[in-house]
Design a protein around this ligand. Structure first.
Ligand SMILES: [Zn+2]
Length: 205
């Protein structure tokens, strides 16, 4: 296994300033504070994430330690390609009907049509898109929805409307998100926040 990418954990670029790094660390520490999560599984992941955030800050927040870390880690970057690279890994997408997991290669924010290996339902999922801006409430003529604007790596955009978003779901601009739709509909069933190798799954209806 390759060593932890502290930059990916904090969601910052390799050339981020110390202020940017501290800012990201504080933001994510708050977002992943275990007390915010009711679900035991989420809470466990949040604890794991907090540890990794602190480990990253210990290295990247200390100029001498950061220089040593930068020297040691292999340079895989060409024009910032490495920033996107850790995000491109298989994603675990639950079936909206029976929750059986499908493992799919991250298509970089494209919409996929998947067939559940369990119940054979066919459903759509936007996988590995990046959040353009935090969801905003929008009044439609009969109700109020959250609208989320997602972008694929090739620039293609998706607008997704949610009736509700769980309060625990902290979303920051640029965050990697997947959305699973109910079989045969365009109604979101799950939102999945991917962050630093940890996936947090939230039912959204
Ligand atoms: Zn299924």
């Amino acid at each position: 296994m390759s060593p932890e990418d502290h930059y990916a954990v904090l969601g910052v670029d390799r050339d981020a300033s110390r202020e940017e790094i501290e800012d990201a660390w504080r933001f994510h520490l708050k977002a992943f504070h275990p007390d915010r999560f009711q679900d035991t599984d989420h809470r466990g992941r949040a604890e794991e994430m907090s540890k990794r955030l602190n480990a990253a800050w210990q290295v990247l927040g200390d100029p001498a330690a950061r220089r040593r870390y930068d020297r040691r880690r292999p340079s895989v970057t060409v024009n910032g390609a490495a920033a996107a690279a850790p995000a491109r890994r298989p994603r675990e997408i639950p079936c909206p009907t029976c929750t059986t997991i499908s493992r799919v290669e991250d298509p970089g924010g494209k919409e996929l049509l998947l067939r559940c290996p369990g119940c054979q339902d066919q459903f759509a999922a936007i996988v590995g898109a990046s959040l353009v801006e935090r969801p905003r409430l929008e009044r439609r003529w009969w109700r109020i929805d959250y609208r989320m604007l997602l972008a694929a790596d090739d620039g293609e955009g998706h607008i997704v409307s949610f009736r509700k978003l769980p309060r625990e779901l902290s979303l920051a601009d640029g965050m990697r998100i997947s959305v699973v739709f109910r079989a045969g509909t365009d109604q979101p069933a799950y939102a999945i926040a991917h962050h630093g190798g940890v996936d947090m799954l939230f039912p959204v209806r």
